[in-house]
Design a protein around this ligand. Structure first.
Ligand SMILES: [Zn+2]
Length: 143
């Protein structure tokens, strides 16, 4: 991770950007990952520590696409499940014992469950699954 490889060819018209697959960690071409607040935060933290702007782009390579899809669905499922549990618990606890203390405990619980679900954090792709698969197939057809 510490070593940032410079692209050998600077010949292309557009500035070359290093793309890394989030599943296998290799420098590979693939479908771009959409930037969200989690990635922005991680990037800001990294920049604050290293004082360097990274021009790395995150992608999912073709070989790891199925694995990625599994991870992503698992993450979304857990996030929805944990937050549902938190909200249901919060509603019931407030019915049983409506107080500011209950509200505080509920808020803490929801944040805790959210953080737990984030252990499986998997970023969204800039393209939806079907378009992404289509673009992969298109590329293959051109070869
Ligand atoms: Zn990969």
């Amino acid at each position: 991770m510490a070593h940032i490889g410079k692209s050998k060819s600077g010949i292309g018209k557009s500035k070359p950007v290093d793309t890394y697959c989030i599943i296998c960690g290799n420098k590979k071409a693939g479908i771009y990952v959409e930037d969200d607040y989690v990635l922005d935060t991680l990037r800001a933290v990294k920049k604050a520590i290293t004082k360097k702007e990274s021009n790395k782009k995150l992608v999912v390579c073709k070989e790891d696409y199925d694995t990625y899809e599994k991870y992503y669905r698992k993450f979304r499922y857990r996030l929805a499940l944990y937050l549902s549990i938190g909200v249901i618990f919060a509603v019931f606890s407030l019915i049983v014992s409506p107080s500011i203390v209950t509200l505080g405990i509920d808020a803490f619980l929801i944040i805790f469950l959210y953080a737990l679900a984030m252990l499986n954090y998997t970023p969204k792709l800039a393209l939806d699954f079907e378009t992404a698969k289509g673009s992969h197939q298109e590329k293959e057809a051109k070869l």
